[in-house]
Design a protein around this ligand. Structure first.
Ligand code: GDP
Length: 457
């Protein structure tokens, strides 16, 4: 819904912008309002939003809008998302977000060290212990050996948890029970790591329910004693607006080197990601996307920007569409659509275009489709393979005049036999064809209206 309202307001802006060809304070006012709302809904904190909007405005002001919308790109956009976002404006917003979160290349790599010493900090329940295990597995996969160190002497369960995680991923865990000072355990852990000759020592620390002085004091002592290469703050993406204060507190008191944003597989829009960088100047290095040990990914600012704006990966998709679709093909499709002609050749052409853009996998990047499962994708791919086989088995006249098949049972039966598929399969294709044709009919009316300069809504 966010995407819809953002898009429609951008569409409105596009008409205004179109006349002057330039982005002005006036014609950006409404779309910026929508962006502001998108960010607030994504749980970006208000001061961060304010500064962000101001930046976008400054950067976008006076920007010349790139080439006007041509029928073919118009078509692609219409097909892809049912709207016509003004790419210039949305790109500025998106780039600004990426800038804000991304920083320089390599900023999100772990710092070197011999061994690397990685201190994990964060409140209780954010996924810190899980993240320690995930990070160990991640490093292990890149051929680095690790030692995990358990220092949460206040919660024996936390030590057990780390020991179990270590066993599951086959990484050694160093612990000294609950009767030894945590800083002492950490020091001994690093010594053990050196003795074992591991590449990285990952230290899980005690969290608290809230920011408190004991916890911060302990982290500071550990930092002073170990001089870790990285101090990673683990932040729960579901924290929302509160994330900004949290990150600030940790960064002010223990000077973190970066963050791991967990639970990004949840419903959160990821606004916390924006806050982390804005408030601390430190990069997000990884995101946690599930409970399993494998569910850790390096941080991709582009993906996060799209997620925050609620657009799936529309921009990537859009760019791919532009390069995947040959101009003539697109023109032909548009012309055919305007004539309200649509046969099996068109049906296949549409399907090939989709394939060029990355097949059905691209569906995953579209708004509303993020949650499509691998199984659904697989089934959809199988279905289209079947369509292709059936269409190939048709005679040329049937391909260009689907009515022949609609009318004749005998033809459908022959095509089924020739393709080695069932009559039910042929019926399914006929149904899909009819549905797509009627969609195209609707689209063609929309395009005609737009061509006439009328308001499509
Ligand atoms: P800690 O108290 O910070 O050490 O938190 P834990 O590592 O014990 O994690 C708390 C809960 O969050 C556990 O149930 C984890 O399985 C879960 N968790 C951790 N990371 C993620 C994640 O990225 N996604 C999801 N869905 N759950 C997570």
């Amino acid at each position: 819904a966010m995407f819809d309202s953002l898009s429609s307001s951008i569409q409105k802006a596009q008409r205004l912008i179109g006349k002057s060809g330039t982005l002005t304070k006036e014609n950006m006012k409404d779309p910026l309002k929508e962006v502001r709302r998108a960010l607030l809904e994504a749980d970006v904190s208000l001061p961060v939003v304010r500064r962000f909007i101001k930046k976008v405005e400054e950067r976008a002001l006076g920007t010349k809008v790139l080439d006007g919308v041509t029928p073919d790109t118009q078509f692609i956009k219409t097909v892809l998302d049912g709207v016509t976002p003004d790419t210039q404006f949305i790109k500025t917003v998106s780039n600004e977000l990426i800038d804000l979160m991304g920083g320089g290349v390599g900023a999100k790599d772990l710092e070197p060290g011999f061994p690397q010493i990685i201190l994990m900090a964060g409140l209780q329940g954010v996924g810190k212990t899980t993240a320690a295990g995930k990070l160990a597995l991640y490093l292990k996969k890149s051929k680095k050996s690790c030692l995990l160190v358990a220092t949460d002497v206040y919660r024996p369960a936390a030590i057990d948890q780390l020991v179990k995680l270590g066993a599951a991923i086959d990484v050694p865990v160093f612990e000294m029970g609950t009767q030894v000072d945590p800083v002492e355990i950490a020091k001994k852990g690093v010594e053990e790591g050196r003795r074992l000759g591991v590449d990285a020592v990952i230290i899980d620390t005690a969290g608290r329910l809230q920011v408190d002085e004991d916890m911060m004091g302990e982290l500071r002592s550990m930092k002073a004693a170990l001089r870790p290469s990285d101090t990673l703050l683990v932040v729960d993406a579901m924290t929302g607006q509160e994330a900004a204060n949290l990150v600030k507190a940790f960064n002010d008191q223990v000077d973190i080197s970066g963050a791991i944003l967990t639970k990004m597989d949840g419903d959160s829009r990821g606004g916390a990601a924006l806050s982390v960088r804005e408030v601390s100047g430190k990069p997000i290095k990884f995101v946690g996307v599930g409970e399993k040990m494998e569910a850790l990914e390096p941080f991709y600012p582009e993906r996060m920007a799209s997620r925050i704006l609620g657009m799936g990966d529309v921009l990537t998709l859009y760019e791919r569409a532009e390069s995947a679709i040959k101009e003539e093909d697109a023109k032909r499709t548009v012309e055919r659509m305007m004539e309200e002609k649509f046969d099996f050749n068109d049906f296949m052409a549409q399907w090939k275009t989709m394939n060029n853009m990355g097949g059905l996998q691209m569906l995953k990047m579209m708004p509303g489709f993020n949650k499509i499962s691998e199984k659904q994708l697989y089934e959809a791919e199988k279905t289209f393979e079947m369509y292709e086989a059936v269409i190939k088995a048709m005679e040329e006249e049937e391909r260009s005049d689907p009515e022949l098949l609609v009318k004749s049972m005998a033809r459908r039966r022959r095509v089924a036999q020739a393709s080695g598929r069932s009559e039910a399969d042929v019926a399914k294709l006929m149904g899909a064809y009819t549905a797509m044709k009627s969609q195209m009919g609707g689209m063609s009316k929309l395009l005609k209206l737009q061509k006439a300069g009328a308001d499509p809504s």
